[in-house]
Design a protein. Structure first.
Length: 131
């Protein structure tokens, strides 16, 4: 059974232009992940999804606080950290592909002095076509 997903974003500049984006698609599977990352945590492992990047249709990351001192690495602890200084949305193979080929795990580092709650939504194809 497929699930219908609707994504809507509106960006407005006060006294200036605005851009609205609306996208709808169906997804076979989704995971909603809620994780508390303690202050001072380094490379806290979070399982994201079991497949390859090509299966992911949407990946959204939201935090209770944003900072240059909050980051995640994709797939292994040796990868380049990505700051969580704002909400993040990766929609479609193009933007999801920027995260690499293996998006199975995140390693979150919280160098702040307070805990944060991280929310992650992943929509994916659960039955990929074999190569």
């Amino acid at each position: 059974m497929s699930n219908n997903v609707n994504a809507t974003i509106k960006i407005s500049v006060t006294g200036g232009p605005s851009v609205s984006i609306s996208e709808s698609f169906t997804t076979e599977a989704y995971d909603k992940i809620n994780v508390k990352v303690e202050a001072g945590a380094s490379d806290r492992e979070i399982d994201i999804q079991p497949g390859q990047a090509g299966q992911i249709q949407l990946l959204a990351i939201k935090s209770s606080k944003y900072s240059e001192d909050l980051s995640f690495k994709v797939h292994d602890t040796g990868s380049t950290p990505i700051r969580i200084d704002q909400p993040q949305l990766y929609l479609g193979k193009g933007s999801v592909g920027l995260l690499g080929n293996n998006i199975d795990k995140f390693y979150v580092t919280n160098s702040m002095t307070e805990d944060v709650e991280i929310e992650i939504l992943v929509c994916r194809d659960a039955t990929p076509v074999a190569p």
